[in-house]
Write a protein that binds this ligand. Structure first.
Ligand SMILES: [Fe+2]
Length: 194
């Protein structure tokens, strides 16, 4: 995905950051048969059923695992371009144009102070742009994440996602990121979430 997203950032991002979320989630739920039996998505969708003692660890690390698992699938070499089909129509109807959508999505990424994510979600059948702090996810619901919906596109705006190549230039990273977005995957997620 060079030159837009560099290899060293991705190696550290996947091999160290994401790996740590997985290891720490496993550590947090170890020995709790009910939690161990749940899918990752069930865990993050229902944090209120997680015992107090490990809820923050499951929120941060379960969210981190879910968010990054989505993120890798949203990108690819030779991707980019524009959304097509029903997804393109839905984006145009919700945001008036793909360019307008991209500008609003980038603004959501820029508006997230500190670490977090910007998302395109399907909420009640409609497309919305939202953002979350840290490793929160719209699936966690309004009371926890401050927003809701099913993510079909998400960009990591933690500094670990861009600092080596872009340093403090988050806007440049967000603009470059469109060059690696796998719109076919986003379309698939859109159809499933509808
Ligand atoms: Fe990340």
């Amino acid at each position: 995905m060079e030159p837009h997203i560099d290899a060293l950032t991705m190696e550290i991002h996947h091999g160290k950051h994401h790996a740590a979320y997985v290891a720490n989630l496993n550590k947090a739920i170890a020995g709790n048969a009910a939690l161990e039996a749940k899918s990752l998505e069930a865990l993050v969708r229902d944090l209120t059923s997680v015992p107090d003692a490990v809820r923050t660890a499951v929120r941060n690390n379960g969210g981190g695992h879910w968010n990054h698992s989505l993120f890798w699938n949203l990108m690819g070499p030779g991707a980019g371009g524009a959304p097509t089909g029903a997804l393109a129509t839905a984006i145009e109807s919700a945001f008036s144009s793909v360019d307008e959508f991209k500008a609003k999505f980038e603004a959501a990424g820029m508006g997230r102070f500190g670490s977090g994510w910007a998302w395109l979600v399907v909420n009640g059948g409609k497309l919305e742009i939202v953002s979350t702090a840290n490793q929160d996810n719209p699936l966690m619901g309004k009371a926890i994440a401050g927003c809701e919906g099913h993510p079909i596109l998400g960009v990591d705006v933690w500094e670990h996602a861009y600092y080596l190549k872009y340093q403090n230039r988050r806007p440049d990273y967000l603009k470059a990121w469109w060059n690696v977005v796998n719109w076919a995957e986003v379309s698939k997620l859109f159809e499933a979430a509808k």
